[in-house]
Design a binder for this molecule. Structure first.
Ligand code: UDP
Length: 489
């Protein structure tokens, strides 16, 4: 007989991209750990890719499950099996991808009506799947939005939308975001697509408008962040949202064992983690740079070579992650240039999917060269690792500002403008090897600045640990969220 808590069934629907699915699966595990039922709905291929962690949690007796719907690739002209943003052969197909997501509404509603027991009491859905607001209305249950961004970023975006201060300002001219607790400056060229659409993202305008329109229906917002890290921003953002903002992160910290960290987001057997761990074990503590630009970040070959040569120039041991689609070009350059030979024993190349949380938590890691995706940023924060920041697209310049200016736990490579997904070949080389090497040496510096930065990174990491422990702020916020939903049910 399910307990009163287990009768509370929260349905979670993530956007189909690793940076959105991974934190929502972690969220489901955390919710199930608090005794409520968590039901994740995703597509067949994504279920296969991400189910390992869920099976394990379910086997331990917690009320969690993963339901699958077929993804209509062929109906919208996508190659078969292309069910995640990181598998799109070209970003010209992004519109088709969202069309396929729209076609999931009917099967998901049928599933809720006929299959999901106990009846769902709430939908927590990725902000980018706007139709789920209608679904929640149809089933008369609250719709809670999950936006994989910090309160700092969400407040920036809100204030920019309200004031439209960026309008009429030239691309490269800095301006101050109004009504923020600190003086935060950007140029228009650094703003995300919603303010600054590139050509490849232009036809997402309609999708963005629907997403914004649906937001007014949200009962509240769950945020993958923790209060201590961005207190004043959480406070201000709560005011904007009428109080219903629950910071319940860092969600990646729900993966405590090495096995859980390895399985997160990777297909079984796709990576030799023993080799990677042995390599890391053989390094001095705090000596290695880990460089990875997320699941979607791609660089043109010329820009990639600047990154590789910047790592080489830094003279530190490094791990460099190369995405599968770039493998051929990259391997050719590595062989022809002699890069591999020159960095032998000092550099480890990972092609495909790296077990990021496992790597970041290894004591040998001294710095993380990151594209500042929010999950990656928070994973570095959680591990107490300072960052070398290289924002590429979306809201990543906002995350960089939080890391470098507000928390003071990172050094920037000095990127000046977003390079929208699919437009990387157009951008050419915008960050040089010397700029990369300079930012690395700032972070790895043995002097007082470097030491202080490392100390601050460790302190924020400690705060993150405390937030997710029993009685910590994020743990309490989960309880408050559950209590709130309970009184509506
Ligand atoms: N990730 C990983 N291995 C990789 C690339 C990415 O584990 O090789 C994970 C990373 O730990 C993070 C997520 O994928 O949880 C990427 O999310 P993020 O918000 O950082 O960036 P996005 O990929 O959405 O741009």
């Amino acid at each position: 007989m399910p307990s009163e808590r287990e009768q509370l069934n929260l349905v979670l629907i993530p956007l189909l991209s690793p940076g959105h699915i991974i934190p929502m699966i972690d969220m489901a595990k955390v919710l199930a750990g608090h005794g409520v039922t968590a039901t994740i709905i995703t597509t067949v291929k994504n279920a296969g890719r991400f189910n390992a962690g869920i099976d394990r949690v379910a086997a331990s007796g917690l009320p969690i499950r993963l339901l699958q719907v077929p993804f209509p690739c062929e109906k919208v002209g996508l190659p078969r099996g292309c069910e995640s943003l990181d598998n799109l052969p070209s970003y010209d197909l992004v519109r088709n991808f969202f069309d396929a997501i729209d076609m999931l509404q009917q099967p998901v509603e049928k599933m809720i009506e006929e299959l999901i027991k106990p009846s769902p009491c709430c939908i927590i859905c990725d902000k980018y799947i706007a139709w789920t607001a209608q679904t929640a209305r149809r089933f008369r249950i609250p719709w809670i939005s999950f936006d994989g961004m910090s309160c700092f970023t969400q407040l920036c975006i809100h204030n920019l939308q309200m004031t439209r201060i960026y309008e009429g300002i030239s691309e490269g001219q800095p301006f101050v975001v109004p009504n923020m607790p600190d003086k935060i400056e950007f140029t228009r060229a650094q703003l995300p697509g919603v303010f600054n659409p590139g050509s490849s993202m232009a036809d997402l305008k309609g999708i963005r408008e629907r997403v914004e329109a649906a937001q007014v229906e949200a009962y509240g917002v769950v945020v993958n962040s923790f209060e201590e890290m961005e207190q004043r921003y959480v406070h201000e953002f709560r005011k904007v949202k009428g109080g219903k903002v629950w910071c319940i992160g860092p969600l990646s910290m729900s993966n405590k064992e090495n096995l859980h960290k390895i399985q997160r987001g990777s297909e079984a057997g796709s990576f030799d983690e023993d080799l990677c761990l042995k390599w890391l074990d053989s390094r001095q503590p705090g000596s290695v740079i880990y460089a990875c630009l997320g699941s979607l970040g791609r660089l043109a070959l010329q820009q990639f070579t600047e990154l590789a040569l910047g790592l080489e120039e830094s003279n530190h041991p490094f791990i460099l992650v190369v995405k599968e689609e770039k493998k051929e070009d990259t391997e050719r350059w590595i062989a022809e240039d002699g890069f591999e030979e020159r960095t032998k024993g000092r550099g480890l190349l990972i092609t495909g999917w790296a077990p990021q949380v496992l790597i970041l938590s290894h004591p040998a890691i001294g710095g993380f060269l990151t594209h500042c995706g929010w999950n990656s940023t928070l994973e570095a924060v959680s591990a107490g690792v300072p960052m070398i920041t290289w924002p590429l697209f979306a809201e990543q310049f906002f995350n960089e500002r939080l890391v470098v200016q507000i928390l003071d736990i990172g050094a920037s490579v000095g990127a000046k403008a977003v390079r929208h997904l699919g437009e990387e070949e157009k951008s050419g080389v915008s960050v040089t090897r010397h700029e990369i090497q300079k930012a690395i040496s700032k972070v790895m510096d043995g002097g007082i600045d470097g030491k202080e930065r490392r100390k601050r990174a460790k302190q924020v990491g400690e705060m993150a640990k405390m937030a997710v422990e029993e009685g910590g702020s994020s743990d309490l916020n989960i309880e408050l969220l559950i209590q709130d939903i309970m009184q509506l049910a």
